[in-house]
Design a protein around this ligand. Sequence first.
Ligand SMILES: Nc1ncnc2c1ncn2[C@@H]1O[C@H](COP(=O)(O)OP(=O)(O)OP(=O)(O)O)[C@@H](O)[C@H]1O
Length: 247
Amino acid sequence: MTAQNPLLAVEGVETYYGNIIALRGVDIAVFEGEIVTLIGANGAGKSTLMMTICGNPQARKGRIVYAGEDITHLPTHDIMQRSIAQSPEGRRIFPRMTVMENLQMGALVTDGASFDADLQRVFDLFPRLKERQHQRGGTLSGGEQQMLAIGRALMSRPRLLLLDEPSLGLAPMVVKQIFEVIKELNREEGLTVFLVEQNAFHALRLAHRGYVMVNGQITMSGTGAELLARPEVRAAYLEGGRKEAAE
Ligand SMILES: Nc1ncnc2c1ncn2[C@@H]1O[C@H](COP(=O)(O)OP(=O)(O)OP(=O)(O)O)[C@@H](O)[C@H]1O
């Protein structure tokens, strides 16, 4: 993969819910080894983009290319077989299954040969999951459920990790911890990450590059540092972040 070929390319994508357009010609590129974030207000279309990449709903116009292959019209289960793992908004873990069973579900798309090593890696990243491996997912705290959702995604040995609002509803300390893990996975293992976030301050500090979405369209892009420095980004998205940073 060269710098000219993104691992993930979203090109002119339009997505609809019935007759209502949610994405209005979105272009995004994520290169191998990058952390790229998409920020935007409630209802901007961030989750819709994430779901469209995963094939549900499918794009009505444009295309999505992953590792050189057009995946626009593949069913979700086929997309998930292609070394893409998703941790969806609202951390949809299996609440009645134990932590261990949730992690086993994540590994289903692999041949199982590296299960023990992958499990150890997840437990090293999130020691709380090891302590709670026999506990039902639904009884974990919000932060632990988020760790489990990411851990489950990692068990599939992804090349591209899609994270939808991992900070949602979590205390600042837990957010910090989760973002540290994402940074470490990227730095140590070169994992490519596409991160959708409302928490723009943390996301832009973590990411190599970022995009801003307003009303289903990309309105700005740049390095994380560039976007953090732009007055319009600060005014629209960083009020909470500045306060948090000062804490
Ligand atoms: N299933 C659906 N049916 C109809 N409209 C929908 C559906 N899901 C989302 N929308 C609409 O599409 C638009 C984009 O929503 P989306 O959830 O992608 O935004 P978001 O940027 O992820 O917001 P948030 O940060 O609040 O999660 C919104 O106007 C939303 O109301």
